[in-house]
Design a protein around this ligand. Structure first.
Ligand SMILES: CC(C)(COP(=O)(O)OP(=O)(O)OC[C@H]1O[C@@H](n2cnc3c(N)ncnc32)[C@H](O)[C@@H]1OP(=O)(O)O)[C@@H](O)C(=O)NCCC(=O)NCCS
Length: 166
């Protein structure tokens, strides 16, 4: 399996993959693929990584710039999606490992909204006073690279619209 940047040829497959993967998540908004499209159109995809296996796109991770409180320099990971037929084969973990490796060089830390049972294994955790309006605090997590405490509201790109950036 290869983790690499998206190419223009991958774009239709990425959209299909995200749509299919999020159908398995009951709390999904159904807009995740269009959020990635909007981020791409706005040139706001700090990372758009695909996992390719035997010539097929089987996973995708998006990252974009974010602010926490008054602190710029954060990255937001999401959405992260793996083809349902390929879940639990380490693809999400491989995408996350490469994303964190790259973002470490460019960001003060990474934030995301998602299941702590999954993201805890990568070092993400909650912080007091850190959150997103309308979102349960336990799903808003961060991984600071510089030891700084994320404090305040997570402000994501407008492409996410009113939806939570998962
Ligand atoms: C969440 C998702 C990206 C995980 O991808 P994946 O390739 O299946 O994950 P991995 O195989 O790397 O899993 C790594 C570990 O996490 C566990 N895990 C996988 N999905 C999990 C979940 N939803 N909750 C808790 N643990 C999970 C795996 O069992 C594995 O544990 P192990 O190392 O002890 O065996 C994938 O299930 C998916 O696309 N889901 C639908 C979209 C979604 O929920 N995206 C995230 C939004 S918050």
């Amino acid at each position: 399996m290869l983790i690499r940047n998206e190419t223009a040829q991958d774009i239709p497959a990425i959209g299909r993959l995200i749509t299919e993967a999020f159908l398995t998540l009951p709390q999904a908004s159904g807009t995740e693929a269009s959020i990635v499209e909007a981020l791409r159109t706005a040139h706001a995809l700090a990372l758009s990584l695909v996992a390719e296996d035997a010539g097929e796109v089987v996973g995708h991770l998006a990252a974009s710039a974010a602010r926490i409180g008054t602190q710029d320099g954060w990255a937001l990971i999401g959405p992260l999606a793996v083809l349902p037929s390929r879940h639990r084969q380490g693809i999400g973990s491989a995408l996350m490992a490469e994303a964190l490796r790259r973002l470490r060089a460019t960001s003060v830390g990474v934030a995301l909204v998602g299941d702590p049972a999954y993201y805890g294994r990568f070092g993400f955790r909650t912080f007091p006073g850190f959150g997103v309006a309308g979102c349960p605090p336990e799903v808003v997590q961060a991984l600071p690279f510089d030891g700084a405490e994320p404090r305040g509201e997570l402000v994501h790109h407008p492409a996410f619209g009113p939806h939570q950036p998962q």
